[in-house]
Ligand binder design. Structure first.
Ligand code: MF3
Ligand code: CO
Length: 250
């Protein structure tokens, strides 16, 4: 069931989204050679508690961290631990909070220089895919317009899209309908209306699209072990077009 949000609800979600963005800005700064993924997780959790919000992922279906940290060939849902980030790594950091009854969800992939040229390109294209998708979030467009924009951009750069995971509606629950595919399947999908709030999250692989889950039950990795990038925002459809909620105030 799809629940449209009122202006009042979107106001609250702007606050949850701002908190997520502030936490990600903080861990982005800390993501340097020598830091462990557990230190990044701890920093995210501390910043969240200071803001009065609750980390959304911790204990979600048994997930042990607050921040998902997915390095290099890890696609999403990596578990923070004693891995030390090193030069040349790319680190996806996916984070969500619950604040005043509403969720916010966002992800960035940060490179630790120096990066290989094709890795820089992977990060650029994946972030561009997110914005190409967001641009399509206009009242009257269909969900498939968004999916198509993401797919066309990634594939024309020679990259592939993960199919097993995608974005989602978000609000009082972390995952609501509709599912937001990052590729065109069948049909145009639902018509977008003001009040629809979506988490859009392209996962783009440098090599093949195939992924598998590690024995830890969470970490999604590429089958060919080539790098993968992930960017996500929570966005509301408004009469005036898309409003990105997971942004800092400034
Ligand atoms: N952005 C991810 C998602 O929407 C975060 C969930 S991680 C989990 O699936 F650990 F909470 F599952
Ligand atoms: Co999400």
């Amino acid at each position: 069931m799809i629940t449209l949000k009122s202006k009042r609800e979107i106001e609250i979600m702007r606050d949850s989204g701002r908190i997520v963005a502030e936490v990600l800005a903080e861990v982005r700064q800390k993501c340097r050679a020598g830091v462990t993924t557990l230190e990044l997780d701890r920093a995210a959790e501390a910043a969240t508690v200071r803001s009065g919000a609750v980390p959304a992922f911790k204990n979600y279906r048994g997930y042990p961290g607050s921040l998902c940290t997915s390095v290099n060939h890890q696609v999403v849902h990596g578990i923070p631990g004693d891995y030390e980030v090193k030069e040349g790594d790319i680190v996806s950091m996916d984070f969500g909070v619950l604040y005043k009854g509403y969720y916010g969800d966002s992800a960035i992939t940060v490179g630790v220089p120096p990066l290989a040229g094709d890795t820089v390109r992977l990060l650029e294209v994946t972030e561009e895919c997110l914005y190409r998708g967001i641009e399509q979030m206009l009242p009257g467009n269909h969900l498939a317009d968004l999916s198509r924009a993401i797919q066309v951009h990634a594939e024309s750069a020679g990259f592939s899209l993960v199919r097993e995971f995608g974005g989602h509606g978000i609000g009082r629950s972390l995952h609501e309908d509709p599912m937001v595919l990052n590729y065109v399947s069948n049909g145009r999908g639902i018509r977008l209306k003001p009040g629809l709030v979506l988490a859009v999250e392209p996962m783009v692989n440098q090599g093949g699209e195939e992924v598998e889950i590690l024995p830890d039950g969470w970490t999604v990795v590429t089958c060919d072990r080539r790098p993968s990038a992930h960017f996500e925002h929570t966005i509301a459809v408004t009469e005036n077009g898309p409003e990105i909620l997971t942004q800092t105030a400034g």
